[in-house]
Design a protein around this ligand. Structure first.
Ligand SMILES: [Zn+2]
Length: 319
C-alpha cells in the first residue's frame, strides 16, 4: 500500500527516490496532471528529468514504469516543471498549481507497412498497440498501450494524492494544453480514473476554511489541550484528516507540516470541497457566545449569507 510521509514523499513497495535539480518553489497543489513520457524506458526518462540542460529543463514529481515501479523526483509540496504553457479554469501556468505524474509510454506510433513504430524507430508488438482517434481530433492511429500494472498503480496514486492534498480534479496534459499536447492520449483510461477518484473524493472530508477571526489549533480534541501554534487566522485553508464530533484534526494547507485539532464550529467548507457529512461535522449549530473565547479568540462566526457570498467570490471564473 502506498502512503505519503511528512516530508511529502511516497512510501511503499517498488518506490524509490531520485532528486531532480529541476524544481521551483513551494507548491500548494490544486490538480493532478497525468502525462506520458514519450521515452524509451523508465530509467531513460528519469535520467532526462533529473538532468540540468542548457534549455528546455523538465521534471515531474513521479515517473511511473510499465511494471508499476515508481520513481519520485521531488516532494509533492515543491513545484516541478511538467506542464509548460497551460491553463485550467482561468488559472495559467499549471506547474505552480499541480502535481505531475509521468508514465513510461512511447505515445503516438507511426504505421509503416502494417507495423507500428515509436518515434525513435523501435517496433511495438501488435499486442501493445491501441488504435484510436484522440478526443481532441485527428485521424485514428496507433498509440502505445499502457500496461495493467501501470494503470492500477496510476489509479492508486491518483486516489492517494487527491485525498492527501484535497485536489480538485485529475487532468491530462492534453486538457491543460490542448492543441499543443496529446498526452496521456486515448490509450489511457483518464475518464475512468477521474470518475473513480471523484467518487472517492466525495467520501473524503476535503478542504475547509477558518471562518473565525482567529482559531486555536490544539494538541488534542478539546479546549483543555494546549495550542500547538499561534491561532489560525480567518480564511486559512485546512484539510480535514480526522473528523470528530466537536473537534477535528486538520492539516494547515501551505504550511510546513502544521497539524492539530480545531473546533468544528469555526470551519466552513471551501468552495470546492465535497458536501460535508452533517453527522460528523455539525454545520448547522451556531456557537454560543460563551464558547467563543475558548476557541475563536478573535471574532464571532459571520452570518451564513455573508459566508455564502464570500464562498461564491472564491470560486474561480471559467475560461
Ligand atoms: Zn506531458
Amino acid at each position: 500500500m502506498l502512503q505519503i510521509d511528512r516530508r511529502h514523499r511516497l512510501v511503499g513497495d517498488e518506490v524509490s527516490y531520485q532528486a531532480t535539480p529541476n524544481i521551483g518553489g513551494v507548491l500548494r497543489p490544486r490538480w493532478l496532471v497525468l502525462h506520458y513520457t514519450a521515452g524509451r524506458s523508465l530509467e531513460s526518462s528519469v535520467a532526462s528529468l533529473c538532468t540540468r540542460k542548457p534549455a528546455g529543463n523538465a521534471s515531474a514529481h513521479v515517473v511511473l514504469g510499465r511494471d508499476g515501479r515508481i520513481v519520485q523526483l521531488a516532494p509533492f509540496n515543491v513545484v516541478t516543471w511538467h506542464a509548460g504553457v497551460s491553463s485550467w479554469e482561468g488559472v495559467t501556468g499549471l506547474n505552480a498549481h499541480s502535481i505531475g505524474i509521468e508514465m513510461d509510454n512511447a505515445g503516438a506510433l507511426d504505421e509503416i507497412g502494417g507495423r507500428h513504430f515509436t518515434w525513435f524507430r523501435q517496433e511495438v508488438p501488435a499486442a501493445e498497440v491501441q488504435i484510436a482517434a484522440h478526443r481532441h481530433g485527428g485521424a485514428r492511429r496507433g498509440w502505445h498501450a499502457y500496461t495493467g500494472a501501470q494503470i492500477e498503480r496510476a489509479l492508486e496514486l491518483a486516489e492517494l494524492l487527491v485525498t492527501r492534498y484535497g485536489l480538485e480534479d485529475v487532468l491530462g496534459h492534453e486538457d491543460i494544453a490542448p492543441g499543443r499536447k496529446t498526452d496521456p492520449g486515448p490509450a489511457f483510461p483518464l475518464e475512468a480514473i477521474r470518475a473513480r477518484v471523484a467518487g472517492r473524493e466525495a467520501d473524503t472530508l476535503g478542504r475547509w476554511v477558518v471562518e473565525a477571526g482567529a482559531l486555536n489549533i490544539r494538541r488534542g480534541p478539546g479546549s483543555q489541550y494546549e495550542p500547538v501554534a499561534p491561532p489560525l487566522v480567518r480564511g486559512t485553508a485546512v484539510l480535514m484528516i480526522e473528523p470528530g464530533s466537536r473537534f477535528s484534526r486538520v492539516e494547515v494547507l501551505g504550511s510546513t507540516d502544521l497539524e492539530g485539532w480545531v473546533a468544528n464550529d469555526y470551519l466552513r467548507p471551501a468552495a470546492t470541497a465535497a458536501t460535508p457529512r452533517s453527522t460528523t461535522v455539525r454545520r448547522s449549530r451556531r456557537p454560543t457566545p460563551a464558547e467563543m473565547p475558548a476557541d475563536a479568540p478573535g471574532a464571532a462566526a459571520e452570518p451564513a449569507a455573508k459566508a455564502a457570498r464570500r464562498a461564491r467570490r472564491r470560486t474561480p471564473a471559467g475560461e
